[in-house]
Design a protein around this ligand. Structure first.
Ligand code: ADP
Ligand code: MG
Length: 258
């Protein structure tokens, strides 16, 4: 099966700063991939680059979604293909409600059906009905914002959902609601997920196919869900060593070739 998301040897630059290097990632339909890594390692940059944020330039490598080259497409075109990003820091939209955003983005759904689906999604995230009509994310708590991102995901039913720290700043009950929704979307819609997290506890609620460790803009290690446990016990230091060793070997090989 060809991967849904196929990233090869990606290099991303912003303001002449190389943020991501030699990053390859393949996600198939229905798979859940987790990326963990210290602050500033390039996780959010990768999410934004996949979605087409104009601040980030792909200076090497390729990014394909369903065999379509993403690089020339606008964020809206990428969303229409079935990509979705839940932001690490969801922005407030004063004067624009969730209902309005959903009407603009899920426009293929007839209005009564959309209203019902929105009500159901709010209910399953334990958010009051008024969240449909008040300004999106304005005066919302951190946990409410994350749950509102999930409501949008549930209505849009993307092929690949990228969740950037969806579990940061939320309580244990919200974590359960969110992971339940992820598991449901995966089972019912065969949605693929790319999930960024700092917390190995998330792996207890999901069954990821792959866990990747990102450091200094590179994926330095990939493995199964046991990687979370290893990380909890050893921290990132062990992977820092592997990263340095690989880099040294690569440099040596290049010098020998020259
Ligand atoms: P993470 O999400 O892993 O914490 P980020 O992707 O947010 O990391 O950032 C990776 C690095 O790139 C950081 O050093 C950050 O300061 C830098 N960075 C991110 N965006 C930009 C930008 N637009 N211009 C310059 N540097 C940036
Ligand atoms: Mg980040």
């Amino acid at each position: 099966m060809t991967p849904l998301l196929n990233i090869r040897n990606l290099e991303v630059t912003s303001d002449r700063k190389k943020i991501i290097q030699q990053c390859s990632l393949h996600i198939r339909k229905g798979e859940v991939h987790i990326i963990m890594g210290p602050n500033g390692s390039g996780k959010s940059t990768l999410c934004h680059t996949i979605m087409g944020h104009p601040q980030y330039r792909v200076t090497r490598g390729s990014m394909k979604f369903n065999d379509v080259n993403l690089q020339k497409l606008s964020p809206t075109e990428r969303a229409k293909l079935g990509l979705f990003l839940a932001f690490q820091y969801p922005q407030a939209l004063p004067g624009v409600s969730l209902g309005q955003v959903m009407r603009a983005t899920a426009h293929s759904m007839p209005l009564p059906k959309l209203k019902q689906a929105l009500q159901n999604a709010l209910q399953s995230m334990q958010l009051a009905e008024e969240f449909a009509t008040r300004s999106l994310n304005e005066h919302a708590s951190g946990g409410e914002k994350k749950r509102l991102e999930m409501v949008q995901l549930m209505l849009l039913k993307p092929k690949l959902a990228i969740l950037d720290e969806i579990d940061s700043g939320i309580d244990i009950d919200a974590l359960k609601l969110i992971t339940q929704a992820i598991n449901e979307q995966r089972a019912q819609q065969k949605t693929s997920f790319l999930i960024i997290t700092h917390y190995p506890r998330l792996l207890q609620h999901l069954t990821p196919d792959r866990v990747h460790i990102m450091m200094h803009g590179r994926i330095v290690h990939s493995g199964d869900s046991t990687l979370g446990k290893q990380l909890e016990q050893e921290g990132y230091a062990a992977f820092e060593y592997t990263h340095k060793l690989t880099r040294t070997l690569r440099k040596k090989q290049t010098t020998q070739r020259d």
